[in-house]
Design a protein around this ligand. Structure first.
Ligand SMILES: Cc1cc2nc3c(=O)[nH]c(=O)nc-3n(C[C@H](O)[C@H](O)[C@H](O)COP(=O)(O)O)c2cc1C
Length: 218
């Protein structure tokens, strides 16, 4: 079992905090406006399923803004007028934020605006996992759960349902990557306390999983 923080620790403590990025750390970091995602095309579903796999050897080639936008839309973008998403989520409560960790810093995905909001001005890619490739792959997604939004259930169930939400997003990412010729791996081998400290997460929030995305080293 990973060294992740006990599910209940902190979740029940204190009032619910907003998902405010740590402001002191983001003065230099600018929002990134992404192009509108392409919501059509790609590989036929059965072909993408056939190609889906985990990859652990990445080139340092970056994703273009368009590919990043398409990736984030596939992951957990808005696909209906009411604001619902490409992945199902627990009780219609928006629990998961996607943090995007790149060489220049960490951003918070804002799906409605197709924008990345500054979160942390630091290259923390190496802290997103226990495997060497995470430090140099261009992109690591971090699926952060808002425990404070999951009311009336036990700490154990918060961990369970948030993890399932993240798993669905992870599979969307797998299929998008298969379709686009990108490489990815969903990851639970994470030093959770260390990563949560680096992200300065409030007590009620916790990291569920991380997922590396990039181009395969050929
Ligand atoms: C919950 C979960 C956690 C995982 N954690 C890791 C991980 O930390 N590191 C890793 O390299 N792969 C991780 N994987 C990927 C699995 O090892 C991989 O899916 C499995 O070996 C099957 O290979 P495939 O995805 O290529 O079919 C994880 C997968 C899941 C579903």
């Amino acid at each position: 079992m990973m060294t992740r923080r006990q599910a209940g620790a902190g979740i029940l403590a204190g009032a619910a905090l907003a998902a405010a990025p740590p402001m002191a750390a983001i003065q230099e970091l600018k929002p990134i406006e992404l192009p509108s995602p392409h919501m059509q095309g790609g590989m036929p579903l059965m072909a993408a399923l056939k190609a889906r796999r985990s990859v652990r050897d990445y080139s340092d080639r970056s994703l273009t803004p368009q590919v990043l936008s398409d990736l984030l839309w596939a992951a957990f973008g808005i696909n209906r007028p009411g604001g619902d998403r490409t992945a199902p989520y627990w009780r219609h409560v928006m629990v998961i934020d996607i943090l995007v960790s790149m060489a220049d810093g960490v951003w918070l995905d804002e799906p409605a605006a197709h924008k990345l909001l500054p979160y942390l001005q630091a290259d923390i890619r190496a802290l997103t996992g226990l495997q060497d490739f995470v430090a140099t792959a261009p992109l690591n997604l971090i699926y952060v759960a808002h425990g404070e939004r999951m009311r009336d259930i036990s700490a154990q169930d918060r961990r369970l349902y948030a993890s399932v939400d993240a798993g669905f997003i992870g599979q969307d990412v797998y299929l998008f990557c298969a379709s686009e010729g990108l490489a990815t791996v969903f990851r639970g081998a994470v030093d959770y306390p260390r990563l949560e400290r680096a992200l300065k997460l409030p007590d009620q929030q916790f990291v569920t999983f991380a997922q590396t995305v990039g181009y395969p080293r050929t």
